[in-house]
Design a protein around this ligand. Sequence first.
Ligand SMILES: N[C@@H](CCC(=O)N[C@@H](CS)C(=O)NCC(=O)O)C(=O)O
Length: 211
Amino acid sequence: MTLTLYHQPGACSLASHILLEEAGLDYEAVHIDIHSGQNRAAEYLKINPKGRIPALRHGAEIITESPAILSYISGLVPDRAYLPEALIERSRVLEWMNWLSGSLHAVAFAALIHPDWFATSDAAQAEVKAKGATQVAEHFAAINQRLRGHDWAVGNTFTLVDPYLLVFYTWGCIFGMPMADYGHYRNHALRMNARPAVAKVMQAESVEAIG
Ligand SMILES: N[C@@H](CCC(=O)N[C@@H](CS)C(=O)NCC(=O)O)C(=O)O
């Protein structure tokens, strides 16, 4: 049964794309162009009524929300332990995912990218945007500290958190943030880029992680 990932190159769906490639699963990547509003078209709303990417189709099931999709992919290849069995490591994965998805993506980056979601006037939107940038920088500093002395986010091996971390690193690069100042986070991104599956997907999506 083929897996279909609905994605936008360079968006948060990059993490799911990377994990599918890492897992060596048979999948098809379908580009939903969020810049032209394809994600809000009736055809895509039948796949994900929330109008967001990523979405993952597997037979009759459609999974949405990056943490759920990444968990689902992990469950298809349990021997890889992308979602570790051990209680503490599994809890650490959930801790990271909730933080990255809830606070960094849905609050800080949303304020920076979509200030119009939070305020109406130009002045208020400029303020929201500035607050978003400050919060992103604070989260990046905290991520950098958490990665100090660690090759991977959880334990000693690659887990589903690592590709998700890379997404936000690439966004920091795109927004011209001083990513070189977050040395541990930068090393993590370089370590990720050195993985053939990651490099393949980054090239396919025309994404770069430097900084
Ligand atoms: N909570 C969702 C967020 C998904 C999301 O916001 N995706 C963005 C791209 S990174 C999107 O679809 N944006 C299009 C839009 O909001 O119109 C997840 O983690 O998958």
